[in-house]
Design a protein around this ligand. Structure first.
Ligand SMILES: Cc1cc2nc3c(=O)[nH]c(=O)nc-3n(C[C@H](O)[C@H](O)[C@H](O)COP(=O)(O)OP(=O)(O)OC[C@H]3O[C@@H](n4cnc5c(N)ncnc54)[C@H](O)[C@@H]3O)c2cc1C
Length: 379
């Protein structure tokens, strides 16, 4: 078994790390507390290739693979989880268009995502009435002359306001998964309105909005993939997306562990640094061990995807374990900071708030367990 990273993987990780340390980390807390969307930083990330890490070079990507993507995501999330989620969805959208799109669709949108001309891509699946149960979606697409008329609301869409293109799922047929089709929706589509920005617990420097379709017109060639096959487009995209969220969670957890370690060396109680109290050492040791185990699971899932092997179960295991781990690690880091952890001057309260959503979006922990159990029982 080979654990060494390739030169390309090391280069991508180093590029992401340098950018994260020099440019993202310094203002991350401030941006998050103010809810400032980082337009300029996202553009710089695109210039570095971070918006199309697993996208072919001919479409402006760096074609470095899924392991490199995962490593870069960990580095970016360690500095700024808000930026990391924006990057994760943009990469997922670019990859999905490359996999299912026509040459025309790919050449129209993907180079604009990878170059930063689009500030982001968006993935519009969730609705007010359904999240986990995505096959129950109610947004409709009705055939009309030369295209489709879309009606319905998408809820909690990351970058929905700023994305140059969104992948939208709508019902073109009967109930259930078979009646769903995926579409590409450019920004400023007539009949598309953007709802007010959600006031979130964490990730406040990312953009989360509803997208409201009122008789919005999409031309016939806006269909992504085949009519009635949209649900499998969504599920395939989410399998890969889960590796992104698991990597994001691992990066946040790593940042929390580093903060806890450093604080435990400085802060003295009962005449010695916190790091010399065994209870604190055990918290640090448990966090480091669990993060390492999560990282191996995540990289294994990334490797399987990269080598075109089945990876659905491993991606769900990685997401379940890495996101639950990040929450435990952040809670321990917070505890180690005592009262100071509760104060905005220290970053651990942000890590704790940012980590919280990772067990929810792109499939909750309960949904990951359903996926794992289903595949386990099927054999
Ligand atoms: C900040 C943020 C960003 C997001 N970004 C996006 C985005 O870009 N695009 C997008 O499409 N969506 C996005 N979402 C939506 C997110 O993916 C959903 O919130 C998530 O899938 C859960 O759906 P729900 O909120 O409707 O919860 P529900 O589906 O209503 O679930 C509620 C609870 O019940 C549990 N549950 C549900 N069904 C079962 C079951 N069968 N067995 C056991 N337990 C079950 C769930 O695990 C959960 O704990 C985002 C959400 C947030 C908060």
């Amino acid at each position: 078994m080979e654990f060494e990273l390739t030169e390309t993987q090391q280069l991508i990780r180093q590029t992401a790390r340098d950018f994260a340390v020099k440019e993202l980390e310094p203002g991350a807390g401030d941006r998050e507390h103010k809810g400032e969307y980082p337009f300029e930083l996202l553009r710089k990330m695109a210039e570095l290739g971070l918006m199309g890490i697993n996208v072919p070079e001919k479409w402006g990507g760096v074609e470095a693979g899924v392991v490199a993507y995962s490593l870069a995501m960990m580095e970016i999330a360690r500095a700024c989880a808000s930026t990391a989620v924006t990057m994760a969805v943009s990469n997922m959208v670019a990859e999905t268009i490359c996999k299912y799109g026509t040459q025309e669709q790919i050449s129209t949108h993907v180079p604009k995502i990878t170059s930063g001309e689009y500030s982001a891509g968006a993935f519009a699946l969730t609705e007010p009435g359904c999240g986990s149960d995505a096959s129950a979606l109610r947004t409709t697409a009705k055939k009309t002359d030369g295209g489709w008329i879309i009606n319905g609301t998408k809820q909690f869409i990351t970058s929905g306001e700023h994305a140059g293109v969104a992948v939208l799922w709508a019902r073109t047929g009967g109930p259930g998964a078979h009646g769903i089709t995926a579409f590409l929706v450019p920004k400023d589509t007539p009949g598309l309105k953007i709802g007010p920005e959600e006031k979130k617990m964490g990730l406040r420097a990312s953009n989360t909005v509803s997208m409201i379709f009122e008789d919005a017109f999409l031309p016939s060639d806006a269909i992504l993939g085949e009519e009635g096959k949209g649900f499998s487009v969504a599920m395939t995209a989410l399998d890969g997306g889960r590796i992104g969220v698991a990597s994001q969670a691992n990066g946040i957890g790593q940042a929390a562990l580093e903060a806890a370690r450093s604080y435990s060396l400085d802060r003295k109680t009962f005449g010695k640094p916190l790091s010399e109290h065994q209870a604190i050492q055990w918290m640090l040791a448990d966090s480091a061990t669990e993060l390492e185990a999560a990282r191996l699971l995540v990289l294994q899932a990334a490797y399987l995807k990269e080598t075109n092997k089945p990876f659905t179960k491993q991606a769900s295991m990685a997401k379940l374990f890495a996101t639950e781990t990040a929450n435990r690690v952040c809670a321990r880091a917070f505890q180690i900071h005592g009262g100071y952890g509760y104060i905005e001057d220290y970053p651990v309260e942000r890590y704790l708030r940012d980590a919280r959503i990772t067990t929810i979006y792109e499939g909750t922990s309960e949904i990951q367990r359903l996926v794992i159990a289903r595949l386990l029982i099927k054999g």
